[in-house]
Ligand binder design. Structure first.
Ligand code: GCO
Ligand code: MG
Length: 402
């Protein structure tokens, strides 16, 4: 079997998605997600100019060898652009292998380890009351795990809080919007949000929270401790993760479980945090961490240290990535939870898929391959629109982490 051609499809059914489609001499094709929010066209160029020419004529069954070729063979390793491109190829090749074998990809990765994939939804609102109301509606939809984020008094806008209650999309302008941040105000409101949420939602639902890289380690230690009485499932991205020593300090001050890694792109970003048991959940995800081939290795390494998976699953990860993630989640022993933000109807129409949601769990179903496709005619109706994530400043104007 040989790869005969490949193409990159960019579409914007409400937000931008980049998809790689690999064709073979046997007529079977595979799809892979290559979306990197706010930097989409760099991955398009990386694929078109530097990856696709190297794929033609190769045997699509040699997934590991092609992965190694693209990773080691570039000489310049890692980084979000490279690893998203490698991931797209990897996903498409697993899709092809599954279709040829007439099996869903999870069967090729060892079969089901569980009956369904627990997902968490996003409840957000400008006030605590609004957030609780939305969280109640998630609970009513059957969600067992809910991320709660609310507006911060005195700040005009905050990450994680959107106008549309069901579809959160932070890449909102053709040049970055500027947000303003106050750590003090944020640290005052979050424990109140958790107290109200536990009270209103009861003991059983898992409550999650994303700090979005905003705190120093000692502030994160404090927030983690303040949240302990409400037993959060996790506190995510409490600090920036470039200096991973940061997490040691947080660990000294709180037993609130820690999650990190949505912006990690290889096992080397995860290694020290995992082997020193400084985190509880690793959020590396299929599209940004080198595909299923690489994410399997990260998960296997994490398993040794009791770290569980919690794959990133925001709306900027296309249904192709979601399908791949669900095949991964159902088959990996140390699965924790999967983020699921739901795509809009327009996106779901461009990417027909077989995965389904029922009572807080997702099912991958039995479609051979990844179980997802792209409707190219429909995709062509939604041309690319430049969109950036916001930037963030402190109240005195200092540029900060978004
Ligand atoms: C999350 C995230 C996202 C990111 C977004 C950036 O936990 O879901 O932090 O909402 O901000 O994916 O592109
Ligand atoms: Mg996050």
């Amino acid at each position: 079997m040989k790869i005969t051609s490949a193409k990159v499809i960019v579409t914007c059914p409400g937000r931008n998605f980049v998809t790689l489609k690999i064709m073979t001499d046997e007529g079977v094709y595979g799809v892979g997600d290559a979306t990197l929010n706010g930097r989409e066209l760099s991955v398009v160029s990386y694929l078109e100019d530097h990856v696709i020419p190297c794929l033609i004529g190769r045997d699509p069954h040699q997934i590991e060898d092609i992965w190694q070729f693209l990773y080691r063979g570039a000489y310049w390793r890692r980084g979000p652009v490279t690893m998203s491109a490698v991931a797209a190829v990897d996903m498409a090749l697993w899709d092809i292998k599954g279709k040829v074998a007439n099996l869903p990809v999870y069967q090729l990765m060892g079969g089901k380890c569980r009956t369904g994939v627990m997902v968490y939804g996003h409840a957000n609102g400008t006030s605590i009351e609004d957030t609780i109301e939305v969280a109640q509606s998630y609970k009513a939809m059957g969600y067992k795990a809910i991320r709660i984020q609310c507006g911060v008094p005195g700040l005009a806008s905050t990450y994680g809080v959107s106008k549309d209650k069901m579809f959160y999309e932070p890449a909102d302008a053709d040049l970055p919007t500027e947000n303003v941040w106050s750590t003090e105000a944020y640290m005052r409101i979050v424990p109140k949000l958790f107290a109200a949420a536990r009270d209103a939602l009861g003991d059983e639902v898992h409550l999650l929270h994303d700090v979005h890289h905003r705190l120093t380690p000692i502030e994160a230690g404090r927030l983690g401790r303040d949240l302990e009485p409400y037993r959060p499932f996790w506190m995510e991205d409490a600090v920036v993760a470039e200096n991973q020593e940061n997490f040691r300090l947080i660990r000294q001050h709180t037993t609130t479980p820690l999650a990190v890694g949505e912006i990690f792109n290889s096992i080397w970003d995860c290694k020290d945090l995992i082997q020193n048991q400084l985190i509880d959940y690793i959020r590396a995800t299929v599209v940004h961490a080198g595909g299923l081939t690489h994410l399997k290795k990260i998960a296997a390494f994490a398993d040794i240290y009791n770290v569980r998976t919690g794959c990133h699953g925001a709306t900027d990860l296309s249904p192709v990535c979601m399908a791949a993630a669900l095949n991964f989640d159902i088959s990996v022993p140390n699965f924790g939870v999967q983020e699921y933000m739901r795509h809009t109807d327009a996106t779901d129409e461009v990417f027909p898929h077989s995965y389904t949601f029922d009572k807080g769990f997702m099912q991958v179903n039995e479609t051979p391959g990844l179980g997802v496709d792209i409707d190219e005619d429909l995709a062509a109706k939604y041309p690319y629109q430049r969109a950036y994530l916001p930037v963030n400043r402190l109240q005195d104007g200092t540029l900060f982490n978004w």
